[in-house]
Design a protein around this ligand. Structure first.
Ligand SMILES: [Zn+2]
Length: 289
């Protein structure tokens, strides 16, 4: 399996932390009926998007993108040593999978110029920080960490009501270290990196588009989690903060990139996790390249 893609003048590396059966399909997608699942079971199993127990396979990964000017890490997965008692596979884990995968991509923590989070959920901010002498400090010491202002403000408010552990241990220490930038949706990095607002999963969720003059690649974060949602864009997941808005965002995103050359790099689709959006009937597929 190739973990590297080249598009335009970009090189994209996948850095995988975990890939496993994770959520029961019928529970994760409240709008999914047993009948629709049955109609789609065969191809989903073949694509390794569904296991024998109707549990959806999810990948948890970062993307490292090298532009002619910068090395950028998109989303930072789960992290180590973090108390996540509700998720045994993530709770206080100490494996070296992620850092080894980063090394396999040919980069060290010192090489990252920017860390960009599509949103601030637990599985997208974890490696923002690691433990040093008992304190959470930025894992990527030379990086500027870009957070969408609207997303940051939303989680600040939530955290003020009741502590949100991933915000406390994986976002606020970056702010304390003054390595962060709160950016609005018109923010760009050079002529290669832009923000595409994609609200619904969270209020300030964004996708990132890369490429000079055109979108050679787009990183879609959590605006969809399973290839089933390209065929049924109306299916939102139970964790989408606004399920109706998420469905609308999903369809307009798929329509925007349908039948273009843009490589769509999803956060959670099973490997290869990326492809080109193609029309199928009144919906879409993400076709591997
Ligand atoms: Zn996620």
């Amino acid at each position: 399996m190739s973990l590297t893609f080249s598009v335009g003048d970009l090189t994209i590396h996948r850095v995988i932390e975990q890939e496993a059966p994770f959520f029961a399909a019928l529970e994760f997608l409240p709008g999914l009926t047993p009948e629709v699942l049955a109609e789609n079971r065969a191809w989903m199993k073949q694509a390794k998007a569904l296991d024998d127990n109707d549990v959806l396979m999810l990948c948890f990964q970062s993307y490292v993108v090298k532009t002619p000017h910068h090395t950028i890490l998109i989303d930072s997965c789960v992290g180590n040593d973090k108390p996540r008692p509700q998720r045994p596979a993530w709770h206080m884990k100490t494996d070296d999978t992620y850092l080894r995968a980063l090394g396999d991509a040919g980069v060290s923590v010192d090489d990252i110029d920017f860390v960009m989070c599509t949103h601030l959920h637990v599985d997208h901010v974890g490696w923002n920080t690691w433990l040093e002498n008992g304190r959470w400090v930025p894992t990527f010491p030379k990086a500027r960490y870009l957070f969408a202002r609207q997303e940051f403000d939303y989680w600040s408010e939530q955290n003020a009501k009741a502590p949100v552990p991933p915000f406390v241990d994986s976002v606020l220490p970056v702010v304390e270290a003054k390595r962060h930038e709160l950016v609005s949706n018109d923010h760009q990095i050079g002529d290669h990196v832009r923000i595409l607002p994609t609200p619904g999963h969270t209020p300030g969720h964004v996708a990132f588009t890369f490429g000079r003059g055109k979108d050679d690649a787009v990183f879609s974060g959590d605006l969809m989690h399973s290839p089933l949602q390209t065929l049924y864009p109306e299916l939102s997941i139970k964790f989408d903060v606004d399920q109706a808005q998420a469905a609308k965002t999903r369809r307009s995103f798929l329509e925007r990139y349908c039948d273009t050359d843009t490589l769509c790099c999803t956060a959670h689709f099973p490997s290869p996790s990326s492809g080109k959006i193609r029309r199928k009937g009144n919906a879409f597929v993400c076709a591997a390249v």
